[in-house]
Design a protein around this ligand. Structure first.
Ligand SMILES: Nc1ncnc2c1ncn2[C@@H]1O[C@H](COP(=O)(O)OP(=O)(O)O)[C@@H](O)[C@H]1O
Ligand SMILES: [Mg+2]
Length: 256
C-alpha cells in the first residue's frame, strides 16, 4: 500500500503550466522536501493536494483513497494538514484560540459556544472541554505556554509561525504539508523548528512534506527531495544526489 502518491499531476492557469506531469510518492514516516525557485509550482502542488485547486490532469492517492476531487474540509478530515506560506491566523485571538480554531472540523457545536451557552455538563460543553485538552497538549508540545493567552498579532514572527504549526497539528494529521516553515525566521528559531519537525515525525508519527528554501535545512532534515522548476520535475531522490544534480545547481545558482 502506498501511503501518499501523486501521479502525473498537471495544472495550468491560462497559458501558464504551473504544474506539468509531476509524480512522486511519499512513504509513511518520511520527511520529504520539495525544492525549486520562486514560481516553480510548489505552492500550487500543495493547493492541489489540500483540495484548494482542482488539477487538470493526474491523480492523488492518500491511504489508498483517491482524493484529487475531494473538497478541502474532507481532505483535512481524512488526515492531511497544512500551513501556509503567508501566515493565516486571527491576530486578535490568542494562541490558544487560534489553535482551537484548527479543531473546528471536529466540532459539532459552534466555536467557543459550548460551555458558555450550554454549560459544562451539556454535550456541547463536554465537547469543548475535550477540544481544549487537545489544544493544551499541542501548546505543551510546541512549548508555547508563555504565549498561550497573548493575542497572536503581538507575537514575534517566528512565534506566529509556530502557532500556525500548532493550528495545523490540531487536525491530528497523518500527513502534514509545511509551506516554507522557516521563511523569515532567525537562526535560533530555525534550529527550534528543526527539532519540532523531528518531534512531530518521531513522537506524533506524522509524515511530513515540506517546501523549503533553506538548503542547509533541507539537506539535513529530509529523507528524500523533489526538485521542480517551471512546473516540471528536475530530479527526485536522496539529498546527496539531488544536491549534485547539474540542473538543480543551475536552477539555484543560475549557472549555464
Ligand atoms: N490562482 C492562480 N492563478 C493564476 N496563476 C497562479 C495561481 N496560483 C499560482 N499561479 C502561478 O503559478 C506559478 C507557480 O506558482 P506557485 O505554485 O505559487 O510557485 P512557488 O510556490 O513554487 O513559488 C506562478 O507563475 C504563479 O503566478
Ligand atoms: Mg510558494
Amino acid at each position: 500500500m502506498t501511503f501518499f502518491q501523486v501521479q502525473n499531476l498537471s495544472l495550468s492557469f491560462g497559458g501558464l503550466a504551473a504544474l506539468s506531469d509531476v509524480s512522486f510518492e511519499v512513504d509513511k514516516g518520511e520527511i520529504y522536501a520539495v525544492i525549486g525557485p520562486n514560481g516553480a509550482g510548489k505552492t500550487t502542488l500543495f493547493n492541489c493536494i489540500s483540495g484548494l485547486y482542482r488539477p487538470d490532469q493526474g491523480r492523488i492517492h492518500f491511504n489508498d483513497r483517491r482524493i484529487d476531487s475531494e473538497k478541502p474540509d474532507r481532505i483535512a478530515r481524512l488526515g492531511i494538514g497544512r500551513t501556509f506560506q503567508n501566515i493565516e491566523l486571527f491576530v486578535h485571538l490568542n494562541t490558544m484560540e487560534n489553535i482551537l480554531l484548527g479543531r473546528h472540523l471536529f466540532m459539532r457545536t459552534g466555536l467557543f459556544r459550548g460551555i458558555f451557552m450550554w454549560g459544562r455538563r451539556s454535550f456541547a460543553g463536554k465537547e469543548e472541554i475535550t477540544h481544549r485538552r487537545k489544544v493544551e497538549e499541542i501548546i505543551d508540545f510546541l512549548n508555547l505556554q508563555a504565549v498561550r493567552d497573548k493575542p497572536v498579532g503581538m507575537l514575534p514572527y517566528g512565534t506566529r509561525k509556530l502557532v500556525e504549526l500548532g493550528r495545523s497539528l490540531a487536525v491530528e494529521p497523518d500527513l502534514l504539508l509545511l509551506d516554507e516553515p522557516c521563511a523569515g525566521m532567525t537562526a535560533d528559531e530555525k534550529q527550534d523548528l528543526y527539532f519540532h519537525i523531528h518531534d512531530i515525525r518521531d513522537i506524533l508519527g506524522t509524515t511530513i512534506v515540506l517546501i523549503e528554501h533553506d538548503m542547509n535545512m533541507v539537506m539535513d532534515i529530509s529523507n528524500r527531495i523533489l526538485a521542480v522548476n517551471f512546473g516540471k520535475t528536475i530530479t527526485e531522490g536522496v539529498p546527496e544526489m539531488v544536491q549534485r544534480h547539474p540542473d538543480v545547481l543551475k536552477a539555484y545558482l543560475g549557472e549555464d
